[in-house]
Write a protein that binds this ligand. Structure first.
Ligand code: NAP
Length: 200
């Protein structure tokens, strides 16, 4: 009998990708015996319409550099190449269309994003299609999930990732203020940021 493929979508804006994201993906891969983790940089995040986000090609480029040394990691352009806003339900559906309905799919992202899941498009369908892994930063309190219906909470796996003390917001601010970002993200990504004058 063929083994069921266990895949994960690692969803995020990745502006920029950092070691917190990479540690999260690797911990999920090992913890849940995943065959592959596919990083999906968000194309046009629906909840960030007013915000200044780095162009998708730069975020895709940095993500590709960051995952290059891990044979179990891949990057997908599915949200970047899809016109319109990037909804998780469309991405998850695209994965089933591509890999077939027999895969077991996980969706990994930050717990803060998942706390807003009630506002996501077709959340009921989404919940039926995949497991959710919510990566929490140190200091995250499970009380914060009180506003989610119980049937959703039951389906979300919370995973504490100490390396998520690193944050993209902090990295962008550091670059703007000429402070170091070394050791917070892969060197190749650091070089990309300086070479392309990002976050100035
Ligand atoms: P965000 O609001 O920028 O991030 C929320 C928090 O989660 C931040 O602290 C962020 O830290 C952290 N985070 C984000 N991605 C992470 C990851 N893969 N692993 C660990 N921590 C992560 O959220 P976002 O990045 O825009 O969106 C996260 C995912 O949710 C994306 O795949 C997005 O498409 C999806 N989403 C879908 C809908 C929808 O379908 N309607 C709506 C909202 C979000 P950093 O800033 O350090 O990354």
């Amino acid at each position: 009998m063929l083994k069921q493929l266990k895949l994960a979508v690692m969803g995020g804006t990745f502006d920029p990708i950092h070691y917190g994201h990479l540690v999260t993906a690797e911990a999920a891969r090992c913890g849940f015996n995943l065959d592959k983790v596919v990083f999906v940089p968000s194309g046009r995040p629906p909840h960030k319409r007013e915000k200044n986000i780095t162009p998708a090609e730069d975020r895709f480029g940095m993500t590709t550099l960051a995952v290059a040394t891990n044979p179990f990691f891949e990057v997908s352009r599915v949200e970047i190449d899809r016109p319109g806003f990037s909804y998780a339900i469309d991405t998850v559906t695209a994965f089933f269309d591509y890999y077939g309905n027999s895969i077991e799919l996980f969706f990994i992202t930050g717990a803060d994003a998942i706390l807003e899941i009630l506002t996501w498009k077709h959340v009921d369908r989404l919940m039926e299609k995949c497991h959710f892994i919510a990566a929490t930063r140190p200091g995250f309190h499970l009380n914060d999930i009180n506003n989610l219906p119980e049937q959703f909470v039951e389906k979300i796996i919370f995973m504490e990732v100490p390396a998520l003390a690193i944050s993209s917001t902090d990295i962008r601010r550091r670059v703007e203020e000429n402070r170091p970002i070394k050791y917070l993200l892969p060197e190749s990504v650091e070089e990309y940021i300086y070479r392309h004058h990002l976050y100035r």
